[in-house]
Design a protein around this ligand. Structure first.
Ligand code: GLN
Length: 534
């Protein structure tokens, strides 16, 4: 029988509910339970795919091609499972299906209302995920902060669902912040009390309180929170700021977080196996060296825009006992080779990540040229590969003004072009080449060296592709096409073999990197970056 854990947040946004939920998932899985997750997002966009990374951070992509909230990435990385379309629910998608049903006449003349129609739709999404995954535990995180207008239908749906499930089958973990007042040297519990009161006014009594804090919470503060929030003393859990997010599950385990949850859900506790995770945290905390790696993109003001890339780089570092420090380079500043040289001082390697639109592209081309000419490790991801192809076409093959038709429709050499099936598409949402697809890796390449096999599967999110008209020309000039689709129609990976590591891929390997199993392409890149002495 599936048990349900709802995670809400109060006091402020960006509390790290996703990390707390993912940590609980890890702790339950380490006890041998199966775990599935679902994220409810209260915005009206049907999915975050149409939102700027500046607004919402990275768009995470699942195997089945869902464009989802970045928290899903944390869940996949912590729990080491692949989730799906069913794991991401937004107000937009809920309203869209209710309105579609109304237009079809499914409601037979009734007035369509938030309660019960929207709340029923939310509950049916929950059941659909449960039926698909059949997990022991379903962790459901509600985005936003308690008190927000937008999340009310989700809160009401959970309230109904919890009541329907009965005691011991569904609980609510509420996450809050205890602000620290420097002048009086105190942690303040009042905002958390108010937040729980607001939650209660919606008919939800949390069973567990997880408090984010910069300082240890005293016993008396815990008791105060327990008393005023009507929560058992052992269910007030401290979640202190950690050096690494991967320490959070262990810090929560030390306070018997999972045991408390299991008791509330009337499930017998089991001994967790956290040996490998502890080993990971030891590695994170005792690196043998530090290297500086740059990410050259245009969303550099918000590191969340590339969060999976950052995590994948760190994972490869952990596996090599290396701390990877990130330098953010705004590619728009790299207007010539001199500027590139300055920006790359002390840098052991550069990732050019994905992106959309022409802004910053010329700077990326300059950086990639500088890396190629100076044999500095380079990893290109999606747009990064497209830029590597354009750079090679322009500066090695001599195709002046070669470009992607995304940036210059009238380019004389469209080395990157829109896929045929994309040409007729006008709508934005969910219309790219999305999700996991197979790729064949060519033997004898750097890519083959790191993957160690010819058949791989990686996740995509793009509209444009390598233009096959230019295959021969570029290959003759020395660009190795190290990965293609199984029918050989799409170029998925390129590399420039005279260099130690100049490798780029059309897909997003960062979405499949896990802290305990780093991704082969990131490993190859980081190994070369360690050996390269800037
Ligand atoms: N803008 C490019 C395309 O749509 C690359 C997309 C990406 O980097 N995710 O093909």
């Amino acid at each position: 029988m599936t048990k349900y854990i709802f995670i809400t947040g109060g006091v402020v946004s960006s509390l790290g509910k996703g990390i707390i939920g993912a940590s609980l998932g890890k702790l339950l899985k380490s006890r041998g339970f199966s775990v599935a997750i679902q994220k409810f997002d209260p915005y009206i966009n049907v999915d975050p795919g149409t939102m700027s990374p500046f607004q919402h951070g990275e768009v995470f992509v699942t195997d089945d091609g869902a464009e989802t909230d970045l928290d899903l990435g944390h869940y996949e990385r912590f729990i080491d499972s692949n989730f799906s379309q069913l794991s991401n629910v937004t107000s937009g998608s809920v309203y869209l299906s209710v309105i579609n049903k109304e237009r079809r006449g499914d409601y037979l003349g009734r007035t369509v209302q938030v309660v019960p129609h929207i709340t029923n739709e939310i509950k049916s999404r929950l059941m659909a995920a449960k039926q698909h995954f059949e997990p022991d535990f379903m962790i459901v995180e509600i985005g936003g902060t308690i008190g927000d207008i937008e999340s009310l239908p989700f809160i009401e749906a959970i309230r109904q669902f919890k009541t329907e499930q009965g005691i011991g089958n569904a609980i609510n973990i509420h996450c809050t912040l205890l602000p620290y007042l420097q002048t009086s040297g105190e942690l303040k519990t009042k905002p958390s009390q108010h937040s729980v009161n607001t939650l209660r006014s919606y008919g939800l009594q949390p069973e567990v309180l997880v408090c984010r804090t910069a300082k240890p919470i005293s016993k008396s503060d815990k008791e105060k929170l327990a008393l005023f929030c009507s929560i058992a003393k052992d269910a007030v859990i401290e979640c202190r700021d950690m050096k690494s997010i991967y320490e959070v599950p262990l810090a929560l385990e030390d306070q018997n977080f999972a045991e408390v949850v299991l008791k509330l859900l009337q499930v017998k506790n089991k001994t967790p196996d956290l040996k490998q995770w502890k080993h990971l945290v030891d590695k994170i905390n005792s690196p043998k060296r530090t290297i500086k790696v740059a990410i050259a993109g245009k969303y550099t003001k918000l590191s969340d825009a590339y969060i999976s890339v950052v995590e994948a780089l760190k994972h490869a570092g952990y596996q090599n006992d290396t701390k990877v420090e990130i330098k953010w380079i705004n590619s728009e500043d790299c207007t010539d080779m001199k500027k590139c040289k300055e920006a790359l001082k002390g840098i052991s390697g550069v990732v050019v990540p994905g992106g959309f639109g022409v802004r910053g592209v010329e700077g990326k081309l300059n950086i990639i040229r500088y890396l190629r000419e100076n044999d500095i490790p380079f990893l290109g991801l999606c747009l990064g590969m497209q830029c590597a192809v354009i750079e090679f076409a322009r500066n090695v093959v001599g195709l002046k003004d070669a470009n992607s038709t995304e940036f210059d429709e009238g380019t004389p050499y469209p080395v990157i072009d829109l896929m045929l099936e994309q040409r007729a598409i006008k709508a934005c949402g969910g219309t790219m080449r999305l999700g996991a697809q197979e790729c064949v890796v060519k033997k004898g390449t750097k890519a083959y060296e790191v993957y160690g096999k010819t058949k791989i599967s990686e996740r995509h999110r793009h509209r444009y592709e390598f233009n096959n008209t230019y295959r021969e020309k570029l290959e003759k000039a020395g660009l190795v096409l190290s990965g293609t689709s199984p029918d050989n129609m799409l170029v998925e990976m390129v590399e420039y073999t005279p260099n130690r590591w100049h490798v780029a891929c059309q897909f997003h390997p960062e979405f499949k990197s896990r802290p305990e199993h780093s991704h082969p392409l990131f490993l190859g890149f980081i190994k070369n970056a360690i050996e390269y002495k800037p």
